[in-house]
Design a protein around this ligand. Sequence first.
Ligand code: ACO
Length: 378
Amino acid sequence: MTVCEYKPGLEGIPAAQSSISYVDGKRGILEYRGIRIEELATKSTFLETAYLLIWGELPTKEELGAFEREIYLHRRIKYRIRDMMKCFPETGHPMDALQTSAAALGLFYAKRALDDPDYIRQAVVRLVAKIPTMVAAFKQMRKGNDPIQPRDDLGYGANFLYMLNEREPDPLEAQVFDVCLTLHAEHTINASTFSAMVTASTLTDPYAVVASAVGTLAGPLHGGANEEVIAMLEAIGSVENVRPYLEECLQRKTKIMGFGHRVYKVKDPRAKILQSLAEKLFEKSGRDKYYDIAVELEEAVEEKLGSKGIYPNVDFYSGLVYRKLGIPIDLFTPVFAIARVAGWLAHWKEQLAENRIYRPTQVYSGRHDAPYIPITKR
Ligand code: ACO
């Protein structure tokens, strides 16, 4: 047997063959099913993009209409799920609430054969439809309010913002949020997607697949950097303080949040789109000093660290946009999950098509033939 080199974090080791998305980190390119992210962000919608990711092709008008209708029909959650969520502690993290609720969906829908296309479609529809409702419901219930029911006349993103804020978003806010979801829908094999694929490979049910991915996304090394960007911009406090703050970080060798990426060595294409969305929002509702601080910081970091390939990543501008849309900081990662469920489900389907259970090997570094020492002699 060939002895393979151990790579911590499996860096650079292909773990699957996939046709879902593609990243070129040197040229700053991201494609979903071969279509550039810039095209999808300006011409598609989140639900159309989700369809593209999961079924591999853009839907026809009829296919999209049917998919949207099914999603809208399944946005409500069962009263028992709501009752279960009411028992969650209001101080609990919304990602824990989401993981538990996503797993609980599996209790209510009978397991069926994973090669049954109707079951696959029903699971996709239920998960894409209900996850935003569960995120918004927890936000209301932790304040002691009843959850706000979905509104049939509102689109996918607009309805989420309505359930969250009890206010119908204006068309610009709804459009910006929809684009944010499209930008976060998929990004090749990252930790949460890999987690979904490993879980899927055991042929368990799709609710368990998504619940395991939500649990993985919740970690601060994966989903949480945009929360830290907001804390950093608040700590900087003024445009004048940007350069002294940066100098201090460089001296102390602390990372600047929202900058740098394992794959992108230029500005993340999603950060460019998010910045233009932030500008649109601030143009309409008045400038935000934190946006000015962010722009100055980007310029200063580029001067100091651009030669190392350190540029804004997707998290740098997303927090500013979310905050402007009235999304509380601890819901930034659940919003990421609302979008990424499309990518997870696409990988679930791809995994099932040519499944082999994940069972990697390890390099054993322990001892052998050790004696058993009786407890009285230890
Ligand atoms: N600020 C300052 N310097 C940085 C930064 C940063 N944000 N990111 C990387 N560097 C420097 C490192 O200090 C290192 O310098 P050195 O070679 O002189 O020692 C070099 O660039 C390489 O850095 P690594 O940490 O080895 O790069 P890696 O690919 O392992 O890390 C990561 C990528 C984790 C994203 C890193 O850039 C980082 O911690 N960024 C800040 C947190 C963040 O924004 N995370 C969100 C990422 S996007 C996402 O997950 C959705």
